[in-house]
Design a protein around this ligand. Structure first.
Ligand SMILES: Nc1ncnc2c1ncn2[C@@H]1O[C@H](COP(=O)(O)OP(=O)(O)O)[C@@H](O)[C@H]1O
Ligand SMILES: [Mg+2]
Length: 183
């Protein structure tokens, strides 16, 4: 994939499929590194599934499509000298405290580092398709301190207005642009 934000979209989609009600996307940058962490409170995975899921030949889908979201994200991280880790608690084993954390470390100065790309558009696209699911998004570096919490936006909007209406999506886009100092 040409932009890491597309990988993020794909990994967050796994959290949606896992019936999460809250998803977190955290980006942390230093001069040399970028860490991307996607956390959810979805159905989780068994230990065996976690072990197998980093292989391109594993997917729980019944269709013949081979699951590649995680292997591609992992490859993008490893080709910079970084890594990807998944920790997960399955709903079966942890009925009150289940979910998955997928975290990837990238070395930004490596020749094979893929740029983050249009993260604002990615976050807005994700929110547009998430329905009732909430998202916390953070992006921190020396010069950035971005925080978006859709629970707060819902509270401000009141109960009846979905986040997917165009006016709200435009507002979220402008809010993020301001946080990134883009005018
Ligand atoms: N956050 C998650 N929660 C629960 N299961 C997950 C999560 N992420 C991945 N999985 C499991 O790992 C499989 C492989 O994911 P992925 O590599 O993105 O391929 P795909 O989504 O196309 O199946 C998924 O089908 C799902 O069973
Ligand atoms: Mg996927």
């Amino acid at each position: 994939m040409k932009e890491l934000s597309l990988n993020i979209l794909d990994i967050a989609q796994n959290s949606v499929t896992a019936r999460s009600t809250l998803i977190r996307i955290d980006l942390e940058e230093t001069n040399e590194t970028l860490r991307i962490t996607v956390s959810d409170n979805g159905c989780g995975m068994s230990k065996e599934m976690v072990e197998n899921v980093t292989s391109p030949f594993t997917t729980s889908r019944t269709t013949r499509k081979v699951g590649l979201g995680i292997p591609l994200f992992m490859m993008a991280a490893e080709q910079t000298g970084g890594n990807l880790t998944i920790t997960s608690k399955s709903e079966k084993d942890y009925p009150d405290d289940h979910g998955t954390v997928t975290s990837a470390l990238f070395y930004k100065n490596h020749l094979d580092f893929t740029p983050l790309g249009d993260i604002i558009n990615t976050i807005v696209t994700l929110i547009q398709g998430m329905g009732e699911i909430d998202l916390i998004f953070t992006h921190k570096s020396d010069t950035l301190d971005v925080l978006l919490d859709t629970r707060e936006i819902r509270e401000t909007l009141g109960g009846d207005i979905p986040l997917s209406v165009p006016d709200v999506l435009v507002w979220i886009t402008e809010f993020l642009k301001e946080k990134y100092n883009i005018s």
